[in-house]
Design a protein around this ligand. Structure first.
Ligand code: BGC
Length: 528
């Protein structure tokens, strides 16, 4: 009798333990309840916020700035929701001091921002260097340094003088390489005595897709079945754009290394859009498709910078369509990056289209009708499987919360590129609350997102990756490209009328994370 009671007791305890383990591991798997501490990151790690010139500056025709491709695009009626544009944006051009104070109050030690090409070189190589533009960025850099915040500068983040488009079709032409090198050199000369972190280009591997494959960014080039544009060739142009971008990057890096690096003591790299992919099923074809997805999106840009040529899978499937680097160019581009910048937001399923039929589901906002073509690597990329999403949907169509993806993409990049230093140059949660207010529930999801993604990043560091920084996208709500002001990523809310900035709960969370206080305190402290 006694034995059977003891057995029952043991049985009961084991059941409880199993239940607890199940609950705990589910939380880990969903990745939404993870705690993470700053102390899990190495000494000297950069924790910052990120923005880009066109998305925050405004002042689009002030002090000698010329019109950019994005000004022209946004001014076409109807392309951006509610007639949105970066004409005023967050008016950072006039409020940068206040914004730097916000950063200082968060306790970040770095800030990633980009330089408006039209502000510095309104006519590119054909014209003068605009002193007002130089002064503006000098002011930003000096003010950051005064507050102990390290400037991390992206030279080019999507916006360039419209004149380049009109004169020679911008990134479609090799002339853009020379324009970029000139621009970069002016930046090294003017700011390099104080800027120690340079990213040449932001995400040519995303820009090519938006601007030249789907045609939803300027200059709106595309062709069927990818979209209906008045001009373009989605099978070819994206390849030329990335090719010119890689050469432009490598030429600028060469100048930096030959003429500035030793004196100025900085480091230079490139920023890639780095989504992660998971096989749609565990069959071999989908596993191979996942590797192709990574090759056709991430390695497309990074293999040339490290190994001097495009990934073998791309050559195999694209044949002579894929441009060729000549011998001299291969030498130039090989090892042309000191670090890899990763912008990571989400993870998708990858499904093979070589052996099976791929057609987009109507409900799939992400699908582009063209997956079964070479330029897409014969892979269908989707956020859905059997009617369920890969993770909770964010407020921007096509973004899902999949924290494990951070560890996976960093592991992939770390292994493929022999432990090169990595910076996570963007990571952020999109919400779509209405313009005036801000929705605390959505912002709580933002906090969970950052905690879970940071915990995932910490795991990749424990796995051996040399990760040196993490930048939240974004410091404040701003102009979100084709979604205008309808999608928000900011830690700070920006009132659309007064442009006043106010901290969201997530701003308090980030500050407390950086200063090692607890989330419970911030909920009590928050006044908004
Ligand atoms: C871009 C940012 C953009 C963010 C969110 C990134 O790919 O670099 O400019 O705001 O995605 O869409």
């Amino acid at each position: 009798m006694k034995t059977s009671w003891t057995l029952k007791k043991y049985y009961f305890i084991i059941c409880i333990l199993l239940i607890l383990q199940h609950v705990y591991s589910n939380k880990i798997i969903n990745g939404l309840e993870e705690e993470v501490k700053k102390s899990e990151f190495p000494n000297g790690f950069l924790f910052g916020t990120s923005t880009s010139a066109y998305q925050v500056e405004g002042a689009y025709i002030e002090d000698g700035r010329s019109l950019s491709n994005w000004d022209t695009y946004c001014h076409i009626n109807g392309v951006i929701p509610n007639g949105g544009s970066g004409d005023i944006a967050d008016d950072h051009y006039h409020r940068y001091l206040e914004d730097i104070d916000l950063m200082a109050s968060l306790g970040v030690n770095a800030y990633r921002f980009s330089i408006s090409w039209s502000r510095i070189l309104p006519r590119g190589k054909l014209g003068h260097v605009n002193p007002a533009g130089i002064k503006f960025y000098n002011n930003i850099i000096d003010s950051l340094l005064l507050k102990g915040i390290i400037p991390f500068v992206t030279i080019h983040h999507y916006d360039y003088p419209q004149e380049f488009e009109d004169r020679f079709q911008a990134w479609l032409s090799p002339l853009m390489q020379e324009e970029f090198v000139h621009f970069a050199e002016i930046c090294f000369k003017s700011f390099g005595n104080r800027v120690k972190y340079w990213a040449t280009l932001n995400e040519p591997n995303l820009y090519m897709e938006m601007a030249y494959l789907k045609g939803v960014f300027p200059p709106s080039h595309c062709s069927p079945p990818f979209g209906k544009c008045s001009y373009g060739n989605s099978d070819i142009e994206p390849l030329l754009v990335v090719h010119n971008s890689i050469l432009a990057h490598a030429k600028a890096v060469k100048i930096y290394r030959d003429q500035f690096q030793e004196k100025q003591g900085g480091t230079i790299g490139m920023v890639a859009s780095a989504y992660m992919y998971k096989p749609m099923t565990d069959n071999e074809a989908d596993n191979k498709a996942t590797n192709r997805a990574l090759a056709f999106r991430v390695a497309w840009l990074l293999d040339p910078l490290v190994y001097g040529d495009y990934p073998i899978e791309m050559r195999h499937y694209l044949g002579t369509k894929l441009p060729i680097f000549n011998g001299e160019e291969k030498i130039l581009i090989k090892n042309s990056t000191d670090f890899i910048g990763l912008n990571h937001y989400t993870t998708y399923f990858a499904k093979d289209c070589l052996n099976s039929n791929c057609t987009c589901m109507e409900s799939d906002v992400l699908c582009t009708h063209g997956e079964n073509r070479a330029i897409r690597g014969y892979v269908l990329i989707t956020g859905q499987k059997d009617g369920a999403y890969i993770g909770d949907q964010m407020g921007m169509p096509g973004l899902y919360v999949v924290p494990q993806g951070m560890e996976d993409i960093v592991d992939y990049v770390n292994k493929r590129y022999n432990n090169l230093p990595i910076f996570v140059t963007e990571n952020g949660y999109a919400s779509n609350e209405n313009q005036e207010g801000y929705d605390m529930d959505q912002d709580r999801k933002r906090i969970k997102y950052h905690k879970a993604y940071l915990a995932s990043l910490a795991r990749s560091i424990r796995n051996g990756a040399d990760v040196r920084g993490y930048f939240v996208w974004s410091l404040m709500d701003n102009f979100e490209w084709r979604f205008g002001y309808t999608v928000k990523f900011g830690l700070y809310h920006v009132d659309p009328f007064s442009l006043n900035r106010s901290p969201k709960l997530s701003a308090h969370w980030f500050r407390d994370f950086l200063t090692n206080t607890t989330l419970n305190n911030i909920q009590a402290k928050s006044t908004i």
